[in-house]
Design a protein around this ligand. Sequence first.
Ligand SMILES: Cc1cc2nc3c(=O)[nH]c(=O)nc-3n(C[C@H](O)[C@H](O)[C@H](O)COP(=O)(O)OP(=O)(O)OC[C@H]3O[C@@H](n4cnc5c(N)ncnc54)[C@H](O)[C@@H]3O)c2cc1C
Length: 287
Amino acid sequence: MIVKYNENLSTITSIGVGGKCKGIFFPETEEELVDLLKLFDGKAKYKVIGNGTNLLFSDSYHDFFAISTRKMARKMAKRKNYVILSASSSLFEAYQFCLKHNLSGFEKLATIPGNIGGSLASGASCFQTSIYDFLEKVKIFHNGEIYWKSKYNLEHGYHYSTFLKNNLENPFVILSAKFCLKEGKACSIQKEYLECSAKRKLNQPHGKSFGCVFKNKNNQSSGMLIENCGLKGKQQGDAIISEKHANFIINKGNATYQNIKFLIDTMEDNIKEKYNINLEKDVEIVE
Ligand SMILES: Cc1cc2nc3c(=O)[nH]c(=O)nc-3n(C[C@H](O)[C@H](O)[C@H](O)COP(=O)(O)OP(=O)(O)OC[C@H]3O[C@@H](n4cnc5c(N)ncnc54)[C@H](O)[C@@H]3O)c2cc1C
């Protein structure tokens, strides 16, 4: 297992921002992960991180260990129309596996850059499809024990799940998950993926980001509200509100946490003043 004690959290987040923590661990198998969890659980503060695409860490020192699942071996198994996927599998890898087996479900979600663990924790959804639509149950590590929990015993909603309430002492950690998919034709599954990918390329910017800053609530596009406030292109240091999609902040190079936080606060204040709406953050901020 690789351990990095002097590395910034910026190296494991898609926005490329974040200060040091007590150490970043990269387990390579589920067994290594579980050993680590047993070592830390209840004794040291730690946070499990997937692909780091929904996280903004401040630049200051973080008093916890980070466990990144991105270098872990992917385990994927299929039986009839059920698949069991390790938490470390990306949504794109899940789609590729299912495509091979003519199973439909992940083709829209595959356009989200997260992995299974992080996406279940953040309640990922896109194109009217949620990862919870197909979930049967999750395999969890908690308080030294490993067990399966049914979807019906988990809180989840639009970009929300029970796992977002995790603390740093003994969090519920997702090890793998079982999904029930629909049988389909490979050509139409692939067509759906390509169409969703193309829509994303058309509407969303390239570059380092954490996706949308704010949730869309009550059928209202937060991006449109931000755009109506004339904030597209507003820049602070190397952070800029995207010209293509106002709900995205892009790190053009060496943006700091303060640069990004300034833009987020500006968006929030402007919307409150113009529309009297309190926006809810989509990105998870860890100060
Ligand atoms: C370009 C871009 C586009 C995006 N588009 C969308 C979109 O359309 N829809 C959408 O919903 N999101 C979108 N996102 C946000 C993000 O990709 C999703 O929320 C994604 O599902 C997060 O997965 P992750 O693996 O990166 O999670 P991370 O960011 O690594 O973690 C998110 C949370 O999950 C927790 N976590 C991670 N792994 C585990 C685990 N094994 N057990 C327990 N907790 C865990 C973390 O501690 C953290 O609290 C986008 C992001 C980007 C950069």
